[in-house]
Design a protein around this ligand. Structure first.
Ligand code: 13P
Length: 251
C-alpha cells in the first residue's frame, strides 16, 4: 500500500483580519519549526487579502499556504475573481476547490470545479477537491451516488496523487458539531478510492481528507480510520491550540 503522509488543512473561510491571521499563522509556523519531525503536513488557507502577509510571515517554515478558491483562467476581464497564478505569486502551494459552501452559495457545478482544478494544476498548485452529500441525500440512500458523481465530474483528466487531494465533507457535518461515524467515514473513503481507481493510475497514493466538525476530541479516532489521510478543518483551525492538537493526534 502506498505511504500517504497525513495532511492537516485549515480552512479559515471568511474569518480573520490581518492581525489575527498573522498571529495564528506565525504561532503555527513556530510550533512546526520547533517540533522537528512530525507525522503530518500542515496547511492554512486564509481569506484572499491575507495571503500575501501570511505568506511572507511563514516563508521560512514548513507551514504551507493555500487559497480557498480560484478562477479557471489566469488573467483578464473577470471582476472580483482571483487567478491561480496570483495564488502562486502569494506563496500558495494548494487551493481548496468546490467546497460545499461555494457549490451552494455560488452555484458551482462539477464542470466549473474541474475547470478551476485544471487551471490550478497548470500553475503548479495542488487542487483540494471537495465532495460530500447533504443530509437529505444521505437519508435517501444517495450518499455514494452523489459523491461518486462529484468525484467523476470534478476530477481533471490526467490528475494524479501529486496534483490532487480529495476532501470528503458531508454537508450535514460542517459547522454542526455532528461528525460521521468512523465506520461511515471508512466506508465512504474506501468508496472514493475505488472511484478514483477508475480514473487514475495511482489512486492508492491520493490523499483523501475528512472534513466536518473535526475537533481535538475526535481527531485521533478519525485520523486513525482506514483511508483517512488527514483533515480539512474549519472552526477548530482558527485556534492555534486546537488546530495543533488535531495535527499531533496523527500517528
Ligand atoms: P467545520 O470544521 O467548522 O465543521 O468546517 C468544516 C469545513 O467546511 C472545512 O472546509
Amino acid at each position: 500500500m502506498a505511504e500517504r503522509r497525513k495532511l492537516i488543512a485549515g480552512n479559515w473561510k471568511m474569518n480573520g483580519l490581518k492581525a489575527d491571521g498573522l498571529e495564528l499563522a506565525s504561532d503555527l509556523a513556530g510550533r512546526l519549526k520547533g517540533a522537528g519531525a512530525v507525522a503530518f503536513d500542515m496547511l492554512v488557507c486564509p481569506p484572499f487579502p491575507l495571503l500575501f502577509p501570511v505568506g511572507e510571515a511563514i516563508t521560512d517554515s514548513p507551514l504551507a499556504l493555500g487559497g480557498q478558491d480560484c478562477a479557471p483562467k489566469l488573467s483578464g476581464a473577470h471582476t472580483g475573481d482571483v487567478s491561480p497564478q496570483m495564488l502562486k505569486d502569494a506563496g500558495c502551494s494548494f487551493v481548496i476547490l468546490g467546497h460545499s459552501e461555494r457549490r451552494q452559495d455560488h452555484g458551482e457545478t462539477d464542470a466549473a470545479v474541474k475547470a478551476k482544478a485544471e487551471a490550478a494544476i497548470g500553475q503548479g498548485l495542488v487542487a483540494i477537491i471537495c465532495v460530500g452529500e447533504t443530509e437529505a441525500q444521505r437519508e435517501a440512500g444517495q450518499a455514494e451516488a452523489v459523491v461518486g458523481a462529484q468525484v467523476a465530474g470534478s476530477l481533471p483528466a490526467g490528475a494524479n496523487a501529486a496534483t490532487v487531494v480529495i476532501a470528503y465533507e458531508p454537508v450535514w457535518a460542517i459547522g454542526t458539531g455532528k461528525t460521521a461515524t468512523p465506520a461511515d467515514v471508512a466506508a465512504m473513503h474506501g468508496f472514493i478510492r475505488a472511484e478514483l481507481a477508475k480514473a487514475l493510475g495511482d489512486a492508492d497514493a491520493v490523499r483523501i481528507l475528512y472534513g466536518g466538525s473535526v475537533k481535538p476530541g475526535n481527531a485521533a479516532e478519525l485520523m486513525s480510520t482506514a483511508d483517512v489521510d488527514g483533515a480539512l478543518v474549519g472552526g477548530a483551525s482558527l485556534k492555534a491550540d486546537d488546530f495543533w492538537a488535531i495535527g499531533t493526534s496523527c500517528r
